[in-house]
Design a protein around this ligand. Sequence first.
Ligand code: AHR
Length: 342
Amino acid sequence: MTKKHIITILTFTLLLLLSITTISCSLSKSAPNDTDDENPDLTVVGFSQPGAESAWRVALTDSVKESFTEDKGYKLIYKDAQSKQDNQIRDIRTFIQQGVDYIVISPIVETGWDTVFSEAKAAGIPVIICDRNVVVSNESLYTAFVGSDFKAEGESAVYLMEKLFEDSEPDSNKPLNIVHIQGTLGSSAQIGRSHALELGLGDHENWKVVYEDCGEFTKAKGREIMAMAIDELGAENIDVVYCENDEEAFGAMAALNEAGISYGPDSGIKIVSFDAVNTALIMCMNGQISAEVECNPLQGPYIYNLISHLKNGEAVPKITYVKEQYFTSESLTADFIEGRKY
Ligand code: AHR
């Protein structure tokens, strides 16, 4: 091989390497950007969920997905943070890098959002909070909140507990022993529901929380906590289990079943729960759960409505509470439950 041949081969190899590098660089630049869509007319919405810990949350995800479809002119990018705030913050940063048009977030806890929301604001991306609320240093860091009034939900639960035990009110010295299974600590769902219970304790001298622990809004933790409460207190010393969501109530009932302890209308133990998913409503209709306070996950249409107004340059309310109600066995029928979406 001549010197000339060697130079030609080397030049060719160099050019080949250069073009491969250029192609891979341009690919890696576009890969993280899901917004490079075939249809540039679509409005891109990044939706950050804290996790999928409950049937309720799956219903919220479905509601948002059904509301932001391509035939309505939207591309939805969905992220599940696996129950970690750090992951949610990372997901929002990804949305910012992708240049989405709107960010929708259901925040796992109330605090810790200032920095990442400031980054979204600096990028000119409106942030819409859904489901749970946030506490930030400056309200201008987000555009609007759509979700539940958790304190009002807790107040409904306290009212239903008063009704459940009103026959024993004349004998108000008899203690009403409450096992309190809390939701994820620091989430506005937990804060509001726990706060209402604390106010209820203040109003009723005989109400006592005899066992309290965080059930993380899951069935597994609800079951574990209930089993420990039974072990420590004995079933005869428990009157009410205040579960901060239906998953925890399902777990508590599993623990009661395993211990052979009855609950419901024919027993001392009453279960009060939040969410009112259909499986829980059937149990409420049958009396196994004594009271259900609804937490409405059908928030997609509310968010859709807000974003439609924002797209038209119109002002939107800072706070929108979704419609919610409460139930006991007397107010439920099979037809009603069948007609519900979650
Ligand atoms: O934030 C709403 C709560 O979160 C619901 O009660 C619960 O089921 C969910 O995980």
